[in-house]
Design a protein around this ligand. Structure first.
Ligand code: GCW
Length: 716
């Protein structure tokens, strides 16, 4: 804790000098994320006052809450609150739990329903004085409440009359870092890993504390620090010491550390001959390893496992099932209250089997066979984080197993660093999908929050988009995806628009003339990407390997299901994947399986996902499928141009540094949207052999697009 206290003291200095540095037009790198605490603009701000902060007993978490409130209130309201232990004036803020604060205890607030992590913010009268309380059952609840209050003030909401009680709906709200031992990040587009392994355990950087603050501000309570394509070295004694130092730094912020584990670690680290989950020596190795980790990190969260997937070792190497593997690990973690997050991202290397069906085929027969501290981590769609997929049919098909959602926050398939794509709408679409598991209303949100089938473990994981870049995420707008992930993990039923509004106000300003167009732009942005990359239900036609740019022609690589034509199936007759024939449609409950079985009742946004459709098929617009495909690609390009026009009008409302980054990245996005449109249409036209509508002909011949070197795109 000593290290942590010293860091808070150092940061306090920064707080005191911060107002001197802040003028409205000061260039901002984006490092402060949505925790900028700039003075609330007079014209939009409510006349809020906080004269004193009243605290009780201290703890590292309560200190973090008090520190954050002092910093935030000083920045936002222009005056540092006094520090007090009693209520002696109006407009004081009292924080704590009934245990930490006698003032809170005396108020007898209705805290029971808040559970371990919830908070209550409410105006009260104490000894005749106007006061506001942030109360909770636990210190971490107080910290969450502190951030919630600061959010209200940053959003220029009046404090008078505030009465908020909030409790997270899911238990595990975790980031998955795909960070490697050597500091690289798989699918990372924001610089190197934030974990400075060589400097640990002695040194924890300021960035890690700011990372923890940002996560706590949106309720994230766990972090898996290493890639699911895991290196066994993360389980070695040297690394456990480093991980323990990191866990110590994260603990005050309510964040537990988890590790991805390599299935064959007992062989690689322990010198065993096998990693068979039913071999007692293997289990003994894992037991000793778990005990060792918990000695160093008493609140260690548990393990995340990618097994028998994309070449990773796993229990099937020994003819055991995923349940055999998960349960063995679960048993060794059980005495320590740890969980196993077992990934369902598996697909057979058999071109005769539709890849989209494989996870269901593999896992549904295992329903009910997992220990109660195993949670199956399922990607939102059955393939792989595409711009649009229907929800994975595993949601709704395993009532006797805890399922958690895996979203990707990093935009591997949605333009990576530069393209503006707000993923709130993608997450919302997945979470509000109805599985019909127990009839209407059996939404994916209710599967993963555990309420549908009454599971004790519930959760959401997000593959992080965080790196060492000045702005953390590779772009300012990518920060919104980290933000919305956390907010939706806390409440899977919160609306994407409401969260975008919150984020814009905190990240930029509260001027409605700015907020409204920017939120509108964000809300349309993901559909724009769908349209210029994979309209009408197309999927996985990105360039091989790096997934940057179009590659519908791509047939490189050893596996059929890693080739683009496997997915789009374009031929002289039409385009799309017949997933009635493949058996995929039957994996959904009624009425979805009947709806998706017919072209006429399949939503057009998913048409080519479910059906191979004739080029001349008449769409709802009256166009043929070919004409519609062209129109959708064009619409995607037009929508990016519209985003550019919106942003150009807002130059005076944003600091120059962040303004310019967004402007430049939108220009890149526009150039690449045109590339996507032209390359895909040039390619599909060889099959459709239908004329291009006037004005749409791609500028270059197909071969030119096919030979584009990485990082380049044709001049529009
Ligand atoms: O999205 C794909 C990525 C791989 C990733 C894999 C997975 C970590 O292309 O880079 O590997 O999925 O989710 O395991």
């Amino acid at each position: 804790m000593g290290r942590y206290a010293a860091m808070l003291a150092a940061l306090a200095l920064v707080v005191m000098t911060a107002p001197l540095l802040s003028t409205p037009a000061r260039a901002e790198s984006g490092y402060d994320l949505w925790l900028r605490y700039q003075p609330v603009e007079e014209s939009y701000g409510a006349a809020n006052h906080v004269t004193a902060l009243v605290t009780g007993y201290r703890s590292p978490t309560l200190d973090a809450a008090a520190w954050e409130l002092r910093r935030g209130l000083t920045g936002l309201l222009g005056r540092a609150p006094a520090q007090s232990s009693a209520v002696t004036a109006d407009d004081v803020l009292v924080i704590g739990t009934p245990k930490s604060s006698a003032v809170i205890a005396a108020l007898n607030l209705p805290l029971t329903a808040l559970g371990d992590e919830g908070y209550l913010i409410r105006g009260v009268t104490i000894s005749g004085h106007r006061a506001m309380v942030i109360a909770a059952n636990s210190d971490i609840g107080v910290l969450y409440g502190a951030f919630a209050l600061l959010r209200q003030i940053q959003m220029a909401k009046p404090l008078a009359g505030l009465d908020i009680a909030s409790t997270p709906k899911t238990k595990l709200r975790v980031l998955n870092h795909w960070d490697n031992l050597n500091g690289t990040v798989e699918r990372g587009y924001a610089g190197a890993s934030i974990w400075d392994w060589p400097a640990l355990p002695e040194h924890v950087s300021r960035r890690i504390i700011d990372y923890a603050r940002a996560n706590a501000s949106i309720g994230i309570n766990g972090t898996v620090v290493n890639n699911v394509n895991a290196d066994a070295a993360f389980l070695g004694a040297e690394y456990i010491e480093k991980e323990a130092a990191l866990a110590d730094a994260l603990r005050p912020f309510g964040i537990r550390l988890y590790l991805s584990v390599r299935w064959s670690a007992p062989m690689e680290l322990g010198g065993l001959k096998s990693a068979d989950p039913l071999d007692p020596a293997v289990k003994a190795w894992w037991q000793a390893k778990a005990d060792e980790i918990y000695r160093a990190i008493p609140d260690f969260g548990g393990f995340l496992v990618k097994a028998n997937s994309e070449g990773q070792p796993g229990p099937q190497d020994y003819h055991r099932t995923h349940a055999d593997g998960a349960n063995m690990i679960a048993d060794v973690l059980k005495p320590h209250h740890g969980v196993v997050m077992w990934r369902a991202f598996v697909y057979a290397n058999d071109p005769r089997i539709d890849r989209a069906t494989t996870a269901y085929n593999e896992f549904v027969p295992l329903d009910g066979k997992f220990r109660d501290n195993v949670v199956l981590q399922v990607k939102n769609g059955p393939l792989d984080f595409q711009p649009r997929e229907p929800f994975s049919p595993l949601f709704g098909a395993m009532p006797h197993t805890s399922l958690m959602m895996e979203f990707q926050i990093t935009k591997e398939y949605l333009g990576q660093q530069t393209h503006l794509a707000y993923l709130g709408t993608l997450y919302e679409e997945a979470l509000e999908s109805d599985t019909y598991e127990h009839g209407p209303g059996s939404t994916v949100a209710r599967v993963i929050d555990g309420s549908l089938d009454h599971h004790p473990i519930s959760g959401i994981a997000g593959v992080a988009n965080i790196g060492n870049d000045a702005d953390w995420c590779g772009s300012i707008f990518n920060q919104a995806n980290w933000y919305v992930f956390g907010r939706m993990a806390w409440d899977p039923e919160i609306s994407a628009r409401a969260v975008a509004d919150e984020w814009v106000r905190q990240t930029f300003n509260n001027d409605p003339a700015f907020v409204t167009p920017v939120v509108d732009m964000m809300m349309k942005s993901r559909q724009a990407v769908v349209d210029y990359m994979t309209p009408l239900g197309l999927a996985l036609i990105m360039a091989h390997g790096h997934h940057m740019g179009p590659g519908p022609w791509d047939t490189i690589g050893p596996r059929e299901d890693w080739k683009a034509p496997y997915y789009h199936r374009a031929d002289a007759k039409g385009i799309g994947f017949d997933r009635v024939a493949s058996g995929y449609v039957a994996q959904y409950h009624s009425p979805l399986k009947e709806e998706y079985a017919k072209v006429s009742t399949t939503p057009e946004d998913l048409l080519l996902w479910f059906h191979h459709v004739s080029w001349d098929h008449r769409m709802k617009s009256g166009r043929t499928l070919w004409q519609e495909l062209v129109a959708r690609y064009q619409k995607g390009v037009d929508d990016v141009a519209a985003m550019q026009a919106t942003w150009a009008k807002l130059a005076d409302d944003v600091d120059p540094e962040r303004y310019a980054q967004v402007r430049d990245f939108l220009a890149v996005q526009h150039r690449e949207a045109i590339w996507w449109r032209d390359a895909c249409l040039a390619y599909f036209e060889q099959f459709s052999k239908r004329p291009f509508p006037d004005g749409y002909k791609p500028k270059y011949p197909l071969g030119y697009y096919e030979k584009m070197p990485f990082g380049a795109s044709p001049k529009p």
